[in-house]
Ligand binder design. Structure first.
Ligand code: MG
Length: 172
């Protein structure tokens, strides 16, 4: 079961995900989480760095879709100025939103990476749906209400993984 929570990769920031490297892996699409992955959960708009990251993805012909469990207003306010497609109220880790995003991008699951800061939603959901998953360090250590619950469970899972020597990345 722990294996289902294991990301294929771990990076510090979403900005460390390099479009050229993705292309070399045969990746043509990114499904990314929003809160604490692209910006802090309580920040409304994209930062210049994130805008630049989206532009670089586009230049390398990599499609990006934002899928978030957060409500429509939050997700559309962030995504629309970037002209990035999104799915809100996605109910990750359930698979529908991932499948919908893949279909909209016209890509196979082998051609997509799923990026996010939470094991219980992003990584578990991405793994279940059969995507390559990349875990990022949450941008801030605070979270919205529901996420705080998930983090408690996440800490337990991470402890288990640590005990079993499954964590291959450097922790702060
Ligand atoms: Mg998140």
């Amino acid at each position: 079961m722990l294996k289902k929570f294991m990301p294929n990769e771990h990076v510090k920031r979403v900005l460390d995900i390099n479009p050229q490297k993705l292309r070399e892996m045969g990746i043509k699409g990114v499904i990314t989480d929003l809160d604490n992955t692209l910006v802090a959960w309580d920040v409304k708009d994209a930062t210049p760095e994130i805008m630049e990251w989206f532009k670089k993805m586009q230049e390398h012909d990599i499609k990006v879709t934002i899928i978030s469990n957060n409500e429509e207003k939050r997700v559309s306010t962030f995504s629309e100025p970037l002209e990035v497609p999104f799915v809100s109220s996605a109910r990750k880790p359930l698979g529908h939103a991932f499948k919908r995003a893949a279909k909209q991008m016209g890509l196979k699951k082998e051609e997509i990476v799923v990026v996010g800061d939470q094991l219980l939603t992003d990584v578990l959901g991405g793994n279940f749906a059969g995507f390559h998953t990349i875990l990022v360090v949450p941008i801030v250590e605070t979270d919205g209400k529901i996420t705080r619950m998930n983090r408690m469970i996440e800490r337990r899972i991470l402890n288990q993984m640590r005990k079993k020597g499954m964590i291959t990345w450097e922790e702060k």
